[in-house]
Design a protein around this ligand. Structure first.
Ligand SMILES: Cc1cc2nc3c(=O)[nH]c(=O)nc-3n(C[C@H](O)[C@H](O)[C@H](O)COP(=O)(O)OP(=O)(O)OC[C@H]3O[C@@H](n4cnc5c(N)ncnc54)[C@H](O)[C@@H]3O)c2cc1C
Length: 434
């Protein structure tokens, strides 16, 4: 029986919980814990340290998309969990040295932050401090002030997180209070080390293209002023097998950045892939300058957006797209045989909507352009709102809604649909960012 993505996700949460449940028993529990504050603090420090490492390890594992993508297609949910573990799991690591400082009667700030290389014991404690510095930098920039930092500097800072786990693991065997006496603690340490090594090797392997397919640019054309239409030809007989609505990562060179784009179409006969992208920042502007014949590496497919339409091909469906958010819907609209499909297509002007002519030709009066900055065109004007759905649809409750576009448009549209009492499970969204 095919397991749904939701059930896989539940299983994953269950697994994470199972791995942390035995942690209180990895350190010795005795009556002393209830009578001596230092013993209690030492115990807490040990359990918090292991808890932090296990959650950090899960974060690392879930961030390995080359492996996780083999099992989960709903990468957005997994990435949310990865972020959540990063934000909250790390707090246990922060609490670990505080509890240790209190147990040893030391100044919390000095013990936690100031490196000390005076003895071999202190050197190992300092490895732990290095792990803490790395995590603190990543936590502050990712969880606290993420909005204030532009994407690329943030991304490079994020790589500092790779240092945290090895430093944290290195400092355990020599100074870990539980490691010396408890089999459970040793077990956790060795399993964590093995998992870290295996996943690091897998990440390294993926970096050097294992699991990615090589394509060449066949052509690039401007669909609008801002949107490019890119066709890629496979350089090997192997073809990508995908569901419509899925996305892939495009990479311009071996160690370059991978950026996600929805698959517009794939020609089954020759394996050619088409993608439409908006010239927006550094990567997409550089991509738009690449001539025919340039090699592009493709990683994927990922995602589960619009998957329901495969299981229920006759579902009456409403697509709501904003700008380049049209890409996951184009193939569905042009080739699906659903009894009833609508497109509410929000753009600034008539000219900025890619594929508008082709989509209108297929959908006729089920194509509803919504223009925010073009009073002259024959269209709905302004932004997405509840009244548009009641004006065009026979009964707004009868449809499944698929939304893709700018965050603000999606937020307003979801609120409008909920206002019309459309059940939440009939509203499906894809965000173009993690
Ligand atoms: C599932 C999914 C499907 C997408 N499909 C399309 C599509 O079909 N067409 C299209 O034009 N765009 C699509 N996007 C958005 C596209 O990936 C980004 O707009 C693009 O990577 C930005 O690159 P840039 O060079 O234009 O901007 P950059 O200067 O590189 O970055 C600008 C912003 O884009 C975002 N971004 C950059 N890199 C990534 C990354 N690796 N992952 C997620 N966000 C990133 C960040 O928020 C950043 O601030 C999709 C995104 C996702 C998550």
């Amino acid at each position: 029986m095919k397991m749904t993505e939701q059930n896989k996700y539940r299983l994953l949460i269950g697994l994470i919980v199972l791995t942390i449940l035995p942690l209180p028993f990895t350190s010795q529990i005795s009556m002393q814990l209830f009578t001596s504050a230092p013993s209690l603090m030492l115990y807490a420090s040990s359990v918090l340290g292991y808890l932090g490492i296990v959650l950090l390890l899960w974060m690392y594992v879930l961030g390995t998309k080359s492996v996780i993508g083999l099992y989960f297609r709903d990468m957005a949910s997994v990435m949310k969990l990865h972020k959540w573990l990063g934000t909250y799991g790390v707090v246990f690591i922060f609490a670990h040295p505080i509890a240790a400082a209190l147990a040893y009667g030391q100044n919390v700030i000095l013990y936690t932050f100031v490196p000390n290389l005076s003895t071999s014991y202190e050197i190992y404690v300092t490895w732990g401090r290095f792990a803490l510095y790395a995590l603190l930098i990543v936590w502050l920039t990712s969880a606290i002030v993420r909005g204030a930092i532009v994407y690329r500097p943030w991304k490079y800072i994020h790589y500092v997180a790779y240092l945290a786990l090895p430093f944290a693991l290195i400092h355990i065997p020599t100074i870990g209070t539980a490691f010396g006496s408890e089999k459970g603690a040793k077990f956790y340490f060795f399993v964590a080390t093995i998992v870290w090594v295996v996943f690091s090797l897998l990440r390294f392997r993926h970096l050097f293209m294992k699991g990615k397919l090589s394509y060449s640019i066949k052509s690039q054309q401007a669909a609008t002023d801002e949107i490019m239409y890119l066709t890629l030809t496979p350089n090997q007989p192997e073809r990508m097998s995908h569901f419509r609505g899925q996305f892939l990562y495009l990479q311009m060179n071996l160690l370059g950045e991978g950026h996600p784009f929805s698959i517009l179409q794939q020609d089954q006969a020759n394996g050619q892939l088409t993608v439409a992208y908006k010239k927006f920042g550094r990567f997409t502007k550089k991509l738009s300058r690449q001539p025919a014949g340039t090699t592009i590496f493709v990683d994927g497919p990922y995602g589960v957006f619009t998957e329901e339409l495969v299981d229920y091909p006759a579902t009456p469906v409403v697509y709501v797209a904003g700008g380049i958010g049209i890409t996951p819907f184009v193939d569905h609209i042009l080739t699906d045989t659903a009894e009833e499909q609508w497109l509410f297509y929000a753009n600034r002007t008539n000219a900025s909507g890619a594929f508008a002519g082709t989509l209108q030709a297929k959908l006729g009066d089920h194509f509803v352009p919504v223009l925010s900055n073009d009073a002259s065109a024959q269209a709905e004007h302004g932004y997405m709102r509840a009244e548009l759905f009641t004006k065009y649809l026979r009964d707004p409750h009868a449809y499944h809604y698929f939304l893709c576009g700018p965050a603000k448009m999606m937020e307003v549209t979801v609120l409008a649909l909920l206002e019309l009492n459309v059940p939440a499970e009939q509203i499906h969204t894809e965000e173009f960012t993690y």
